[in-house]
Design a protein around this ligand. Structure first.
Ligand code: SF4
Length: 200
């Protein structure tokens, strides 16, 4: 198949899967925000990290997030370490409707693929994403186990986390390892980044 046709299929799929009207009273853009804050780790649950992930301006992202805070879907708290930073978390009201996410049709279609096909599909999409991110200069979000900053000492110590983030110098819990991170680095030889990028 022609590469342009495949690219157009990916775009078309993304457009129709994200919905075109209100679902549970929320627009496709508002669902994108809730979806992001469901998957993002605690270092990435900020307006600027969402703006980077979604490819939008910080001002636009902040306005959209404020509206979800006002409607009771997101809860905003000040950072304990930096008074100018905020962290956003889903509220119980948001968790109660998250199963209505319009992309669930796409989730079901993907789930219906045989496991081997699903694995190869995921690998291919990751590879395409990596190339597009490189070419467009956008940040590549990823998860701890594939990150150059991930520290795994290989043992479990009583009462202590077995994992750590070498970039932020923070311990990591098991449940955080598959969450999306704005500080992800896929290559140790890549350019150094400043801790806290996107964390305001
Ligand atoms: S190890 Fe990487 S992905 Fe995990 S929190 Fe640190 S920078 Fe983020």
């Amino acid at each position: 198949m022609d590469s342009r046709v495949i690219a157009e299929l990916i775009l078309h799929l993304g457009r129709i899967a994200s919905g075109d009207g209100l679902v549970a009273g929320l627009t496709p853009g508002q669902w994108a925000i809730l979806r992001y804050f469901t998957r993002a780790n605690r270092f990435s649950r900020t307006p600027s990290a969402f703006a980077a992930f979604h490819g939008t301006t910080r001002g636009t992202a902040s306005q959209a997030i404020k509206s979800l805070v006002a409607q009771g879907f997101l809860m905003q708290t000040q950072s304990e370490t930096d008074g100018r930073s905020v962290r956003l978390d889903l509220t119980d009201k948001a968790r109660a409707i998250i199963a209505n996410d319009p992309i669930e049709a796409l989730v079901r279609a993907t789930d219906a693929l045989p496991p081997g096909v699903r694995g190869a599909f995921s690998h291919t999409l990751q590879r395409v994403l990596g190339q597009v991110v490189l070419e467009t200069g956008k940040p590549l979000f990823g998860t701890c186990e594939n990150c150059a900053h991930f520290e795994d000492d290989g043992c479990c110590k009583d009462g202590l986390a077995a994992y750590g983030c070498g970039f932020l110098n923070e311990p990591l819990m098991d449940e955080e390892l598959d969450q999306l991170c704005v500080n992800f680095a896929s290559d140790r030889s890549g350019p150094p980044r400043t801790p806290g990028v996107g964390v305001t």
